[in-house]
Write a protein of this length. Structure first.
Length: 95
């Protein structure tokens, strides 16, 4: 479990992949949103480099291969705040 993160108006997450040494799979749980002016999509590129733009509501979970798939929130958060819980997994002994 990585923990909770709170994002506020103007927040962005630039396109990246996570560390292979600690992340094979990750999940995002949207815990809460407050007064957003528009949805704040999470962008995930699959193994065929197709872009998936996911709109999350409180209670939704997105599960993805975070060390292999590019992911981001390139559009700035517009409005109040957004709270997510993150968890990351890598099997023991898997490089």
């Amino acid at each position: 479990l990585y923990g909770m993160r709170r994002y506020e108006d103007g927040a962005r997450l630039l396109t990246h992949v996570d560390r292979e040494s600690t992340h094979a799979a990750s999940l995002i749980v949207n815990v809460a949103q407050d007064t957003l002016e528009r949805p704040w999509t999470v962008e995930v590129h699959d193994h065929a480099d197709r872009l998936h733009e996911v709109v999350m509501e409180p209670g939704d979970v997105v599960y993805y291969e975070s060390a292999a798939c590019l992911h981001a929130r390139n559009t700035p958060l517009k409005g109040g705040n957004y709270i997510n819980l993150f968890a990351h997994y890598r099997p023991v002994g898997d490089p």
